[in-house]
Design a protein around this ligand. Structure first.
Ligand SMILES: [Zn+2]
Length: 218
């Protein structure tokens, strides 16, 4: 599996520090279980320390900040899904192990519900902050244009999706913040299945989007 889209440094740092809401942490753990490159980055204290320094203003840095972060890396993180080691290709299933613990081993046995024409969903139980869902988008199906009030992580599990950022296939993760507006489109013949987590409501940018937003749960 060739993965072209990875997690941001800031997202990896927040995950390592146990600071991500449960849903975002689940998506990170799923990507880590599929991506050797991001697992290697997570093990590099220098990268984590660099992300920390970028994220703090000078007056906010306590003398022992980095020590505290590095200590935290060795602590078990409460209630945050752990990254599983990658399975060998012979035994790998389509469902990443942290997600399989919730839905089982098959995307075809998920009890999908209809959201809007062309899009089905399955709510994942990931706490009250934000929204975490599996989405199944029919070929040519599109999510209405939106930006974000917070963070949105999308991990492709089957098929492919294109937006203003690029094309995403199995294993690719889209790691977006409130600076990005996009309209994802299932661009392949089989449509796509992905896991999406947000930590704040989306900001739909068309009238139609605002009208259907209550139906989407985002
Ligand atoms: Zn990666």
């Amino acid at each position: 599996m060739k993965i072209n889209h990875h997690l941001d440094d800031a997202t990896l740092f927040s995950y390592a520090a146990g600071a991500l809401p449960h849903g975002l942490a689940l998506v990170v753990a799923c990507h880590l279980s599929m991506c050797d490159a991001c697992r290697a980055r997570l093990r590099t204290p220098e990268a984590i320390g660099g992300a920390l320094l970028e994220s703090l203003t000078p007056e906010a840095i306590a003398e022992d900040s980095l020590d505290q972060v590095l200590l935290k890396l060795h602590d078990p993180v409460d209630e945050v899904p752990a990254a599983a080691p990658a399975k060998s290709s012979a035994s790998a299933t389509e469902v990443p192990q942290p997600l399989a613990e919730i839905i089982g081993d098959s995307l075809d046995e998920v009890e999908w519900k209809r959201m809007v024409p062309g899009i089905c969903y399955y709510d994942l139980p990931c706490g009250s902050q934000g929204t975490t869902k599996l989405l199944r988008v029919a070929p040519g199906g599109t999510v209405l244009p939106h930006s974000h009030r917070g963070n949105e992580l999308t991990l492709l599990l089957r098929g492919s999706l294109s937006d203003e950022i690029g094309r995403f296939q199995r294993g690719d993760v889209s790691d977006l913040d409130d600076q990005v507006e996009h309209q994802p489109l299932a661009d392949g013949r089989e449509g796509c299945i992905c896991i999406v987590a947000t930590d704040a409501p989306l900001r739909f940018t068309t009238l139609l989007g605002r009208l259907v937003q209550p139906l989407t749960g985002f």
